[in-house]
Design a protein around this ligand. Structure first.
Ligand SMILES: [Mg+2]
Length: 119
């Protein structure tokens, strides 16, 4: 494992086509989206006094795990399509592009009024 990847390489990755693995990324994104909805619902119920905090925590953890599934699935496609050197260059290029677009810097105006689920 090089310095870029967060997860170990999956077994049999060469038996799965990269396009099929890319579809897996989409599937995991959909699961993350659904998990975020579940978390939002649990948070709203908790804030209205009608639900237990543990449900919010559980839903938040599930959402986080789905996001990790997205990363893992995307890492697998990167391993299929690019060398480790290319991946490092691509990562740097994306960071540079996003920096030029002003995506990084001090966060301003985040948060809001009302009940939010505890982290
Ligand atoms: Mg998943």
């Amino acid at each position: 494992m090089n310095g870029f990847y967060r997860f170990p390489e999956i077994r049999h990755r060469n038996k799965v086509g990269s396009r099929k693995q890319l579809a897996k990324v989409l599937e995991e994104c959909s699961e993350a989206y659904d998990a975020h909805n579940d978390w939002s619902i649990e948070t709203a119920l908790y804030c209205s006094g009608g639900w237990a905090l543990e449900n919010v925590v559980e839903a938040r953890d599930a959402y986080g795990m789905e996001l990790m599934d997205v990363i893992h699935a995307a890492e697998t496609v990167l391993r299929m399509e690019f060398s480790e050197t290319e991946v490092e260059m691509l990562r740097d290029a994306v960071e540079r592009k996003n920096r030029e677009m002003g995506y990084y810097g001090a966060a301003a105006g985040e948060g809001g009024a009302g009940c939010t689920a505890p982290a």
